[in-house]
Design a protein. Structure first.
Length: 266
């Protein structure tokens, strides 16, 4: 039989959706050491959930009849649950293929691109759209973030704090109520390269009740050492700062509703 090789990024929903067109059965096997970005800052667990969510979501959209899951990852249980979250039947193999449980930071890549993923709790009272708004407000009012984010309709403009220097302009797109993305349309922070533009994606993962923020196709305009030592840590610091705000908000909500809690970060 003829084999068609479809090249794409399993962490990019549009690529997975295109790849699954006309498929009857889809086989899910993810090697956590293959990332498709030059620099990846993310937990293997988060990357796996992004890939499984894309796979299950695209399979449902393209009316794939069945997903076959190859067992042997430390994340088997949660992966099967995420793959089946959109209603496509899942069959797991009896044969187990062991794979490494680590996420690799550096890899040879066609582009000098960067991928960052970080999961953040979703306070009970916010849906995903409100969560994104709260992130925008938090970035603007918090002193250490170095940015102000203004919104006009679906357009987000990121300025350097206390200045009119535009860092980037992004367009908010809703794929469905649990998946939004901000696509960069212009800016100084990242380069557009062969149609690849920086995206920031927000997806709600119901089984864990958290949101994964995912930055990808980020090809920095700055020299690589500046991107690596300054920009990437700054983005990670912002995500961790908002993570802390969401944890405290989540904790306060539960405490107000009568739970006896002591605050510890899990």
């Amino acid at each position: 039989a003829d084999t068609t090789v479809i090249k794409g990024d399993i962490y990019h929903y549009a690529d997975v959706l295109r790849a699954m067109e006309g498929m009857d059965i889809a086989v899910y096997f993810l090697d956590p050491t293959k990332h498709s970005a030059k620099l990846t800052r993310a937990l293997a667990k988060d990357l796996n959930l992004i890939a499984a969510d894309n796979f299950g979501r695209a399979a449902a959209k393209q009316q794939v009849k069945e997903i076959i899951y190859v067992r042997g990852s430390q994340f088997d249980e949660e992966t099967v649950k995420q793959l089946g979250a959109y209603g496509v039947p899942i069959r797991t193999t009896e044969h187990v293929v062991k794979r490494p449980h680590i996420s690799v930071e550096f890899q040879t890549s066609k582009y000098n691109d960067i991928r960052i993923a970080h999961h953040i709790p979703r306070p009970q009272t916010w849906n995903l759209a409100q969560w994104i708004q709260q992130l925008r407000i938090w970035l603007t009012i918090t002193p250490g973030t170095r940015v102000t984010v203004e919104q006009e309709g679906q357009q987000f403009k990121v300025y350097r704090k206390n200045s009119q220097q535009l860092w980037m302009q992004l367009e908010l797109e809703m794929i469905d109520k649990d998946l939004y993305r901000l696509v960069m349309t212009k800016g100084r922070l990242a380069r557009l390269n062969q149609g690849k533009c920086m995206q920031i994606e927000f997806r709600y993962i119901r089984q864990f009740d958290f949101v994964i923020a995912h930055v990808f196709n980020f090809i920095p305009s700055a020299l690589w050492p500046i991107a690596y030592f300054v920009q990437v840590p700054l983005i990670q610091m912002m995500l961790r700062g908002f993570d802390t705000k969401c944890r405290i908000r989540h904790f306060q909500y539960r405490k107000q509703n009568g739970e006896d809690l002591r605050y510890t970060k899990d």
